[in-house]
Design a protein around this ligand. Sequence first.
Ligand SMILES: CC(C)(COP(=O)(O)OP(=O)(O)OC[C@H]1O[C@@H](n2cnc3c(N)ncnc32)[C@H](O)[C@@H]1OP(=O)(O)O)[C@@H](O)C(=O)NCCC(=O)NCCS
Length: 155
Amino acid sequence: MSSGEITINGERVVVRGAGVDEIMGVRMAVIIEGTDRATGAFDGDDAETTRHIGAFVGEQNVGCATYLCGERDGEAAWQLRGMGVLGAYQGRGIGALLAVESERLLGLASPIRLMWCNAREGAVGFYERLGWTTASEAFDVKGVGLHRVLVKRLT
Ligand SMILES: CC(C)(COP(=O)(O)OP(=O)(O)OC[C@H]1O[C@@H](n2cnc3c(N)ncnc32)[C@H](O)[C@@H]1OP(=O)(O)O)[C@@H](O)C(=O)NCCC(=O)NCCS
């Protein structure tokens, strides 16, 4: 078993780089539905430097994360957007696997070491367990809810 795999209740979960089309269903269901957002597309989804990463059970995508290459405070940085796991698969370690394996893949693919995200208030604890630190007060994203900026350095 490679480091990008776990077995949960006999089901093999694999994390790998994906096309945006492969992860859009989960992004729509978990991140976009219930918000005011008109579209599931993010600026930069199609950029050559963008990395979409998915967790898969067989052919089924069950988790998604997108890393956009940009800058933060003058330093090259990955912005994590659209991290989500399908409701039926939450709480089984898939989100953590997705995050850890994504960081391993990004670390191999690029010298960029800084990551940041605007995390939903309710998910801050998830990120903190994974070594992210809070870098802002809570702020409201209209139609989505309270968020905080979180940052992490890849080691
Ligand atoms: C947040 C989310 C990605 C976590 O994925 P998951 O597969 O459910 O998380 P895991 O099972 O891998 O949990 C890993 C650890 O984080 C903890 N955790 C999970 N969600 C958490 C949360 N919302 N707050 C605090 N801790 C959380 C788990 O208890 C677990 O802790 P442990 O290692 O001590 O057992 C998922 O619940 C989700 O998609 N939520 C809805 C969308 C969302 O909020 N996305 C984040 C947008 S910023």
